[in-house]
Each structure stands twice: as structure tokens, then as C-alpha cells.
Design a protein around this ligand. Structure first.
Ligand code: ATP
Length: 899
């Protein structure tokens, strides 16, 4: 069928057309899909399956943004005024500084945008598509019209599809139609008017909506901007992209700006009253305002968060919402799934138990009942053959539970591909984690056989008392359940297999009737070993004051055994709450229970939300993992929703703020550590830049009160602001995590950025810096030193360099950190020092900066003054070390945040 079709007409009445005819129009065989070459050719013709993004900012726009700031406009105004009164050098210098400032701001914004774009790219959706007869997972952007897409519950629909084969597909179309009821789809051709509403086109699935139940196969009829979503994409809201911390900082900045402006006004008035030139005083006041108002701080915080988010990808944590980078440090409870997150999800069958007889893969051929159990396990199974030999692990694509069963069947001599060909699935009742079982129907002679597999207690509930398959003996339910419990207590995952003969295909809408009167075949126990790294991660969690909690759909005994192996609970008698228990507890009792329970088993995804809410009601800050469609509400409700990148559904990813690219519990703990580090570094940046500003303000403000001349010229103030805030501030983003970062309790979510003595530091260190500047000024003037202004200028810059080096840690001395542990900062400080020296010692810069070369003695005095700042910060840190001996006790519970 391959050679090139005429391009399909751009119309949207696909729902009125016959599916086969449409496939033919698109020159594709629905059972085979397009060839790779053909898909590539069509991609060239139709373009990527993407919505034209309205989010990315162009670089000229970004650059222009840098000049829109109010203070920059004031500065430009000042430059013009200076020019008008003939101070052309001042005009030029101000302009150069404004441009340099803009360049720095632009580079920062550009890097932040790039980092975010890279993250978006990584978060991009994938789709399962049939190409050249094989199911492949490809980036959704590579889909082309004519592709055959395989959908299952949890998938986001990647393009507009005409559905051609359906197994109880239900789709949530609220993203497109606003209707919150899920729509049950069908594959038949619709009759009627061409312009039926989107919600009525039951044989179509539209890009951007999500499959919540069932499975389907669909033909791509429209991609990218030609989809129904594309038509409304321009209307989509891009949303507020600022984080709470940024908003708080911006609000704080506004208040601070008022105070600074008042100080500047005083400086201006006092200066003029003392007989200084009004223009000089105006420029001084404006420069001071520009330097001291932290207008760039929210932007720098974005840079730090975005760069942090990019670094987090390296540890397999993909941040979907920037604010979660800052809130990760507040997590007190990590509620994690078991399968695949705490365990390896590399399952294999350990044992088959049927009719009291055991069979282990590798043994001689099993008996007939074992054979039938394996046949059920293989046929009632969604694993798809991918490539290679059918009996090696990599050959099968799908849920590890299911691929393990297929391999067990292979070990027993049953080949899934042959079985599927001989007994094709004609109907099914897909798996869902509420029922905890699934059923498939297959022809057998002139009749049909239905195979059911699922959690033992769930399957046994549907079994008849007569164990026909076991030779007509009565089924001893308690004994079977006891065997299942015994296996589970060894940490094994146990599934029960059953069957039922039908003379004709039953109506699957009556689920209960279909899954009843089953004959039990046997139990299969799968082993899923804990992840080795999870053990250490659990320990880290506990020492960081974070409680690890396991919430699983698996059996309580399996859950407890694995939790014990991982150190989540320290005894095999630890309490386990099951889904049934949960449904019987009222909110108040549950609130008490959540404080001590660490393991929840046989929990429906819908119940996870109760656990989150109970923990939150106790004042805890909860990170919660999830992968399924039904997990979405709990993921949204959790303070940090964590989705699985490999095994998870698109729905869960959309609802979460963090995606684990490796589905690994240890990654959550690593992300928390990284979140704490990033927040620490934001605090360091704020501490550094605000202390510098405070030093500048005090210096200019106090000088006249001490009857000293204005210590600095506008250009000096602007220069100090430029070189100190630019590079060294940003280099703080590279600061490694503080030692003991995971030995301190979580930060309270509402805690002020300025907590733990920061504003006092800003105030007093600022006073110290200004004291040093003014001291040097007073001394130099008293000793008739003509270089006093150059000296003050130098002290101010060098003191800030000394400060930034010293505040690299909140408590550790620099000599223990080592200068080389943050090389970007080391180089930034050296560069700033060299630039400062250039303003003094490069002859042609002297007239511009109104400086004079300092003698060695004078330079030594400046360096000495800077050293005082360094020593003062080290003393402060030593005092803090003595006051708060680190490490909290290992078993101390985390502090409740919300009480
Ligand atoms: P976790 O919530 O930790 O990921 P889980 O994978 O066991 O654990 P669910 O996927 O909700 O959670 O599965 C619940 C139970 O349903 C399992 O313990 C198992 O007994 C049964 N089960 C899981 N997968 C299948 C499947 N593909 N077919 C039939 N039954 C299944």
C-alpha cells in the first residue's frame, strides 16, 4: 500500500467517513502502520506535530525588556540631563553602564529561557505508534497523518485520531470541550450532519484530551496546528510563570524601593543644603537608587531556579513547575508507590502454585493445570512483542508484571505469539487498579474462553466454589488465600489466574456478570527485589527529618516485607493500613493514624488523596508519587506531585510538578537535597547582594551626618553595582550543597527568606562595610591624602568581594570549604578584582572613573579593610556553629508546618 498518496484533504468530517476508506485514503494498512521512510517523508511534507508555541520569547524582545525597567529609564533620563548641561563624559559612562547592565540582564534571562525550553523539550509527550508492523514509542511531535497510534488508559491523545478499533475507550475531553464528563468512544462511522459538536464525534479522539480507560487504535488524521486543539491553541492561556518566592521578593522589593527613594531624597536635599552642585547630587541620588533597589532580584531568582532545574535533570528529576524547586526543601513526608519506585520493577516469576503443586521456571514441563495457568497468564496479557527472541526479557514491551508472566509461559514451553495467533483476543475487560484484575476472551473451538488474572483476593471473589479445573474438588478459599499470604510475606507479588467457558460472547458492559463463576487455575508469585539505592535513600530521608511512606496497591504482607527490607519500618509487626481500613476510618481517626503508619497496602488510587489530606491537616508538607490516571487528583492535591517518567501515564505527568525520569525513589530524595541546595543559594545571593546594597546606602547616607564630603561619585556607585551584582552573585548558583544539608529538618513552607538572622546580617554587615569606607575616608582626609575617594571606591568593591567569599556557607569556615570548591565564584571574584584594579591603574580609565593610582600602602589599607569584613563574617559563622550544634536526632519526627 505504500507509494505516496495524494495529500489527504484538509477537512474535518472524518467522523462521517468509513475507517477503512480513510485508511486507504491515507495509504496505510491499519495492522502494519507506515514505514519509517514514509513517515519521514510525510513529516517533511506536513511538519512537526506541534502547536506553534506562544511561550518562547524572541531575543530582540528579551533585549528590549531589559530597558523597560523604571530605574533604567530614570538613569537614561539622568544621562540625557547630564548631556544637556555639558557633562558629556557622565552621559557616556551612564550609557555604557546601562548597556552593560542590559547585556548582563539579557544573558541571564536568555540562559533561564534556554534552561526552561530544554526542560519543556524533555517533558514533551511520547506516543506509541505502529511503524512497519512494530509498536514503537516515538516523540509525539514526529507523528504524521496516516500513522496508526495505539492508545491506552492514561495516554494523552497525541494528534487528532479517527478511532478504528476500540476496547472500552473512555476519553476525558474537558481540556478541549470544557465538559467534565468522560466520553465513551466507539469506532463505527457516524451518520448525520457534518458539523456535529466535537463532543459528539464519538469515533474521534482529539489531541490534548486524555484516555482515562480502555484501549484503542486510531488513525492520525490531523497533526499540529491543523488539529482541533491547534485551532484554539492561540486562545490558550500561557499562565502566570512567576513563583511564589519571586512574587514575595517583588513585593518586598517594592516596599524597600520606597524606603530607598526616601533615603535618596534625603541625601539629595542634605547635599544641596550643604552647597553641593544640584546636578551632582541628583545624579548621586539616582545612582544610589539604581544601585540599592533590588529590582533585578526576582529575575536573578528565576535564573537560579531555572539553572537549578536544569541541573536536576542530570539527577533524573525533571521539574515541571518552577516553584517546586524552592518548595522541595519543605517536604516532611515522601509518600511513594512501591512497585518500580522502591523496587526494581524487574520482575520474574519465582513460583507457580496450582492444585497444591509447585512449579518453578526451569523445572520439567508442568502438569496440565500448570500449563493452563501459564496459558491464561500469557493470553490475558497486554505485553507486546518488540524484537528479538521471545524468551529473553528485552523482547517484550509492557507492564513488567505482564512481561514476567509471558517469560514464565515461555519457560513452560508456551509461546505468546503462537498462542495469540491461535486464540486471538476478541473482547476484553481491561485491568484497572480499583478492580485489581482483568479478563480477556478468546475463541476455543465453537465456544469462547475467558481468562482472568489479578490480585488473589479480588479474583477469588469471582470464583465458584467448585474447583473444576482442579479436578472437581471444592475450592478451599481460605487455604488458597493463606498460601497467597505466605508468599506475600516473603515480599513476593502474587497473582491469581482463573477461567470461564462461554458459549457465546457476553455483554462486557455488565462487568460483574462477566467476571463471576470463574474456576481458579493457580497462583503465580513474582519476585520484584527492592532497589539497592533505595535503602540508602530511605536512611537519608530519615536523617533529613523526612518520613518515607509506602502506599501500594499490592498485598499488605508483600508491602510490609519490602518496607522492612528498606528500613521504612523497623519491625515486621509494624502497622499496615489497607484500603478497606481506610474506608472505615473517619477523618479524625485517620488524622491520628497517619502520624504513625508508614505502610498502606491494597490502596485504591482514589484513597491516596485522603492520606495526603490527612497528613496536610496535621501540618505536614507532602510529596506524593503516582503513575496512573486515578492518581492525578492526589498528585494535584499533594504539595509536590511526583510522576513516573518511564512507567507513568501522561495524565499523571500533567498533574505533577516533578517527573522522575528513572522512576526511582532515591531520585526524589536527591531532588529534595538539590532543592534545599538551590534555596540555600538563593538565600546566599540575597544575603550577598542586599548586604552590598546596604553598605552602599549607609556609606552615602551617613557621610554627611559625619560631616564628611559625599564619598562616592555616581559613576563609582553604578560601577560597584555592576561588577559586584553581575558575576559573583550568579556564581553563587554553583555553590555546592552545604555539609549536613540532609541532616537538618525541613524548612517551614511559609518561612521568610530572611529568617535565621539574615536581615540582621544585612543590616550590621552593611553598617560594618560603610564604617570601613567612612573610616578610611575620614582618615585619608585627615591625613591630607588626595586619593581618599579612590580608596573608598576600592574598599567598597573589595569588601563585597571579601563578603561573597565568606558567605559561601552559612556556618562552615572558608578554609574547610576550600577556595576551589566553587571555581566559578573564585574566577568571578578574581575578574572583579582585576577590573577594579584596571579602573585605578589603567591611565586612560582614570579620567573616566575620576580615580588616581593608589600607592602600595594605600592599596594594602583597602585590602586590610576588606579583610575585616571577611573576618567578621567568619566570626559570625563561628558563633552560629556554637549556637546550633548541627544534626538533628535520627528519629526525631519532622516539625509539623501548618498547625
Ligand atoms: P504500586 O501502587 O506500588 O505501584 P501495584 O503495582 O501493586 O503497586 P496496582 O498497579 O494498583 O499497584 O496493582 C494492584 C494489584 O493488582 C497488584 O498487586 C496485582 O495483584 C494486581 N495487578 C497488577 N497488575 C496487574 C495486571 N497487569 N493484571 C492483573 N492484575 C494486576
Amino acid at each position: 500500500m505504500q507509494p505516496t498518496p495524494a495529500p489527504p484533504p484538509h477537512r474535518s468530517d472524518w467522523h462521517l467517513q468509513d475507517a477503512d476508506a480513510l485508511a486507504q485514503q491515507h495509504a496505510v494498512n491499519p495492522d502494519h502502520g507506515l514505514s519509517a521512510d514514509e513517515a519521514q517523508r510525510r513529516a517533511a511534507q506536513h511538519g512537526a506535530n506541534e502547536l506553534t508555541s506562544t511561550q518562547g520569547r524572541s531575543w530582540p524582545g528579551l533585549l528590549a525588556d531589559q530597558f523597560k525597567d523604571f530605574m533604567v529609564l530614570v538613569l537614561l533620563g539622568a544621562a540625557v540631563v547630564a548631556g544637556l548641561v555639558g557633562e558629556l563624559t557622565d552621559t557616556l559612562v551612564i550609557l555604557v553602564i546601562v548597556v552593560l547592565n542590559a547585556v548582563i540582564g539579557f544573558v541571564q534571562a536568555w540562559r533561564a529561557d534556554q534552561a526552561m525550553a530544554a526542560l519543556r523539550q524533555l517533558a514533551a509527550a511520547h506516543a506509541t505508534v505502529l511503524r512497519a508492523g512494530e509498536a514503537q514509542v516515538v516523540p509525539a511531535s514526529t507523528l504524521v497523518p496516516g500513522d496508526i497510534v495505539l492508545l491506552e488508559a492514561g495516554n494523552q491523545i497525541p494528534a487528532d485520531l479517527r478511532l478504528i478499533e476500540i476496547a472500552q475507550l473512555q476519553v476525558d475531553e474537558s481540556a478541549l470541550t470544557g465538559e467534565s464528563v468522560t466520553v465513551t468512544k466507539q469506532s463505527g462511522t457516524l451518520a448525520g450532519a457534518g458539523h456535529s459538536a466535537l463532543g459528539d464525534r464519538l469515533n474521534m479522539a482529539f489531541k490534548g484530551t486524555t484516555a482515562t480507560h480502555g484501549r484503542a487504535r486510531g488513525l492520525v488524521v490531523a497533526t499540529g496546528m491543523r488539529t482541533e486543539l491547534g485551532k484554539v491553541a492561540t486562545l490558550l492561556d500561557t499562565g502566570d510563570r512567576t513563583t511564589p518566592l519571586q512574587r514575595r521578593l517583588a513585593a518586598f522589593g517594592k516596599r524597600l524601593a520606597l524606603a530607598v527613594l526616601a533615603i535618596c531624597a534625603i541625601v539629595f536635599v542634605v547635599g544641596v543644603l550643604r552647597g553641593e552642585a544640584p546636578l551632582l547630587m541628583a545624579l548621586t541620588a539616582i545612582s544610589l537608587a539604581v544601585a540599592a533597589i533590588p529590582e533585578a532580584m526576582p529575575a536573578v531568582v528565576t535564573v537560579l531556579l531555572a539553572l537549578g532545574a536544569r541541573r536536576m535533570v542530570a539527577i533524573n528529576a525533571l521539574v515541571r513547575r518552577l516553584p517546586s524547586v524552592e518548595t522541595l526543601g519543605s517536604v516532611t513526608h515522601i509518600c511513594s508507590d512501591k512497585t518500580g519506585t522502591l523496587t526494581q520493577n524487574r520482575m520474574h516469576a519465582e513460583l507457580l502454585l496450582a492444585h497444591g503443586q509447585r512449579w518453578t521456571p526451569g523445572d520439567a514441563l508442568p502438569s496440565a493445570i500448570h500449563c493452563e495457568t501459564l496459558r491464561a497468564a500469557s493470553l490475558c496479557n497486554d505485553a507486546r512483542h518488540q524484537n528479538g527472541d521471545g524468551d529473553v526479557p528485552g523482547a517484550w514491551l509492557g507492564d513488567p508484571t505482564e512481561t514476567a508472566l509471558v517469560l514464565a509461559a515461555h519457560a513452560g514451553g508456551l509461546d505468546k505469539t503462537q498462542l495469540d495467533a491461535a486464540h486471538p483476543r476478541v473482547q476484553e475487560q481491561p485491568f484497572d487498579s480499583d478492580r485489581k484484575r482483568m479478563t480477556t476472551f478468546h475463541p476455543q473451538g465453537d465456544r469462547f474462553v475467558a481468562y482472568t488474572k489479578g490480585a488473589p483476593e479480588s479474583v477469588l471473589l469471582c470464583c465458584t466454589a467448585q474447583w473444576t479445573a482442579g479436578g472437581g474438588a471444592p475450592l478451599d478459599r481460605p487455604a488458597v488465600l493463606a498460601s497467597a499470604d505466605q508468599l506475600a510475606a516473603q515480599g513476593l507479588r502474587v497473582l491469581a489466574l482463573a477461567r470461564r467457558q462461554h458459549t457465546r460472547l457476553p455483554d462486557t458492559n455488565a462487568i460483574d456478570a462477566v467476571e463471576s463463576e470463574l474456576e481458579l487455575l493457580g497462583l503465580i508469585a513474582l519476585i520484584d527485589p527492592p532497589r539497592p539505592e533505595a535503602l540508602a535513600a530511605v536512611r537519608d530521608c530519615i536523617s533529613a527529618g523526612i518520613v518515607p511512606v509506602m502506599i501500594t496497591g499490592d498485598h499488605p504482607a508483600t508491602a510490609r516485607a519490602i518496607a522492612h527490607r528498606l528500613g521504612i519500618v523497623d519491625s515486621l509487626d509494624a502497622p499496615v493500613l489497607t484500603g478497606t481500613d481506610l474506608s472505615e476510618l473517619d477523618a479524625a481517626t485517620l488524622a491520628r493514624q497517619v502520624e504513625r503508619v508508614r505502610v498502606y497496602a491494597r490502596v485504591d488510587p482514589a484513597q491516596k488523596i485522603r492520606i495526603v489530606e490527612a497528613l496536610q491537616a496535621q501540618g505536614h508538607f507532602v510529596a506524593m508519587t503516582g503513575d496512573g490516571v486515578n492518581d492525578a487528583p492526589a498528585l494535584k492535591r499533594a504539595d509536590i506531585g511526583v510522576a513516573m517518567g518511564q512507567g507513568g501515564t501522561d495524565v499523571a505527568r500533567e498533574a505533577s510538578s516533578l517527573v522522575l525520569l528513572d522512576d526511582n525513589f532515591a531520585t526524589i530524595v536527591a531532588a529534595v537535597k538539590e532543592g534545599r541546595r538551590i534555596y540555600d543559594n538563593i538565600r546566599k545571593f540575597v544575603r550577598y547582594s542586599m548586604t552590598g546594597n546596604s553598605g552602599e546606602i549607609w556609606t552615602i547616607f551617613l557621610a554627611p551626618l559625619l560631616l564628611l564630603p559625599i564619598p562616592l561619585l555616581p559613576i563609582h556607585i553604578l560601577w560597584v553595582n555592576l561588577v559586584t551584582d553581575g558575576l559573583p552573585g550568579l556564581a553563587l548558583a554553583a555553590e555546592p550543597a552545604e555539609r549536613g544539608i540532609m541532616q537538618r529538618p525541613p524548612r517551614a513552607p511559609g518561612e521568610s527568606l530572611f529568617a535565621h538572622g539574615m536581615w540582621q546580617h544585612i543590616l550590621f554587615m552593611g553598617l560594618l562595610i560603610s564604617g570601613l569606607c567612612l573610616g578610611v575616608q575620614a582618615w585619608a582626609i585627615a591625613s591630607d591624602n588626595a586619593h581618599w575617594q579612590t580608596m573608598v571606591f576600592t574598599v567598597l568593591t573589595l569588601a563585597q568581594m571579601a563578603h561573597v567569599v565568606a558567605i559561601r556557607s552559612e556556618s562552615e569556615p572558608l578554609w574547610r570549604l576550600g577556595l576551589r570548591s566553587n571555581q566559578p565564584l573564585l574566577y568571578a571574584v578574581l575578574l572583579t578584582f582585576l577590573l577594579q584594579m584596571a579602573t585605578i591603574y589603567v591611565p586612560w580609565l582614570n579620567p573616566i572613573f575620576k580615580t588616581a593610582p593608589l600607592s602600595l600602602g594605600e592599596l594594602a589599607i583597602c585590602l586590610g579593610a576588606a579583610l575585616v569584613v571577611y573576618v567578621a563574617v567568619e566570626l559570625e559563622k563561628a558563633w552560629r556553629r556554637n549556637r546550633q550544634p548541627a544534626a538533628i536526632a535520627m528519629d526525631e519526627p519532622p516539625p509539623p508546618h501548618r498547625r
